[in-house]
Design a protein around this ligand. Sequence first.
Ligand SMILES: NC(=O)c1ccc[n+]([C@@H]2O[C@H](COP(=O)([O-])OP(=O)(O)OC[C@H]3O[C@@H](n4cnc5c(N)ncnc54)[C@H](O)[C@@H]3O)[C@@H](O)[C@H]2O)c1
Length: 347
Amino acid sequence: MQRIAFIGAGGITFAHKKAFLQHPSQLSVAGIADPNLDAATKLAAELGTGIPVFADHKEMLASIKDRMDGVVITTPHFLHLPMASDVLNSGLPALVEKPVCCNTEELRLLHSLEKPGAFVQAGQMQRFGREENWIKDWLGSDKFGDPLLFNLDIYQNIEGDTGGREGFWILDKRRAGGGIVISVAIHILDLLRYWLDDDFVEVYAWGRLDPPFTHGDESTVAATLTTRRGVMGTLNCSYTTKRCPYSQRTMLFGTHGTLYQHMDQPVAAVQACGTHGTAITWWGKIDGHWQPPVASVTIRQQHGFDWFVLKEPFPYLSAGPSNRKHLDVVREELFEEIYQIEIQDPA
Ligand SMILES: NC(=O)c1ccc[n+]([C@@H]2O[C@H](COP(=O)([O-])OP(=O)(O)OC[C@H]3O[C@@H](n4cnc5c(N)ncnc54)[C@H](O)[C@@H]3O)[C@@H](O)[C@H]2O)c1
């Protein structure tokens, strides 16, 4: 039985808590820390009985550290570094929601605190999806061939996220670390790295700074990117799209085939068009049903984390070691470059 504590009891815990509710014999909640004690108490009641709640994560670590095997950190981005540092310094591992930190300098600092048994796993949960891992295998096959070109799209309507709350932390670069790229496009950028076992080495980005975002928090970005292997492509992402029919879409072109992944229900689909353009695969039909991606990937992510805590084999592990490598790949300066949001001359 893994005893996991939460720091942060906000919106995204709806996805994390499903892992605990579905696997009560493997996972238990050791405690919950959030200065919003109402939110912490509500989450505690949903996850079990007698779960202690704390207004301060340091108080939680001091009181029940010996009854914890790991910590899930789901707080605003600027708190990730200090909180994850406190967890690592307590000798415990932390699963930190994306983005692990606000910039690469913070990430290096956090990385330097890691030691055996006290590590950070990035909350890049899309790496843990069944669909995503099926795609990774397919992209490595001769049906797809060598990757040449990608088109990445990811969009959200910020009004839906904030519910009209003014001054919400994600609107402010000083608390979010950045805008649409660090908060949302990070998913699709990370997935491409994972799928291709590659990383971005060159980025040209153009951005918009539309309200309600403040202090240089970019709302929209168009970028061209090149990877170490020479794969090139585009990223389009925005927080200010209205009534967009989908939120995430990838096209990836190889020497033998094309991948099209469209993430949203009710038309979520993977089409993998093989060597002669005739073999079209709809993942939903192979699987017989479609599971909501957020729930299933977060549950697998939690299991990946538990595997690292336990250091025992786990079926979904294929994504585990690569997920840890995330710390290294983010270090490639992509985000520092993209945040400059300057028009650059490709020449
Ligand atoms: N993986 C995904 O798809 C996904 C989706 C949404 C959010 N997220 C990430 O989850 C994290 C949290 O986002 P959210 O949407 O849940 O935000 P949120 O604002 O809904 O929740 C944040 C919580 O942190 C709490 N908090 C603030 N200060 C704290 C402190 N000092 N100690 C403990 N708790 C504190 C707040 O009271 C709040 O309950 C972010 O990193 C975000 O990017 C990930």
